[in-house]
Design a protein. Structure first.
Length: 152
């Protein structure tokens, strides 16, 4: 069973290792090198995220297989960041299920924002499938937004 739980400091090394493998696989596939966002492969960076943001671990049958964090914005808006799943678990529908769990966990959020690298075709497919709409792009990234009508 897939579930999301708040990450704690003891999860930092596992999440960092997963981020390193996931980002390296993605960047290597499309750009022929390793890499990711600043600090993606540093446990200290993940500890900082866990301590200062709304960080989650993704678990499959109690085993951590990924992570992400959320940034609250003004007026019932939330930003979804650093969404990674262990490469061996990608392509199984877990990303879609996680995004559904996140929305269910935050029913008062009426706008979700996220971005993905321009070359990340798999992410683009997932986000559009989950009803995110492209609002801008540059040579590096595509920015997406999903509007949700909050039922009261």
């Amino acid at each position: 069973m897939i579930e999301i739980k708040r990450a704690v400091e003891k999860d930092a090394q596992i999440i960092t290792d997963i981020k390193t493998r996931a980002y390296n696989k993605e960047i290597n596939t499309y750009l022929g090198r390793n890499g990711g966002p600043p600090g993606y492969d540093k446990v200290e960076s993940e500890i900082d995220i866990i301590e200062n943001l709304i960080a989650y671990k993704i678990q499959l049958d109690k085993q951590i297989i990924g992570g992400f964090f959320l940034i609250p914005l003004c007026d019932k808006k939330m930003r979804f960041e650093d969404f990674v799943i262990e490469p061996i678990h990608q392509g199984n529908g877990y990303g879609y299920k996680v995004m559904k769990l996140v929305e269910e966990a935050y029913p008062d959020i009426c706008e979700w924002q996220l971005s993905t690298p321009i070359f990340s075709i798999g992410n683009q497919h997932l986000y559009t499938k989950f009803e995110y709409v492209e609002v801008s792009r540059n040579e590096d990234e595509i920015e997406y937004v999903k509007q949700i009508k909050v039922v009261k």
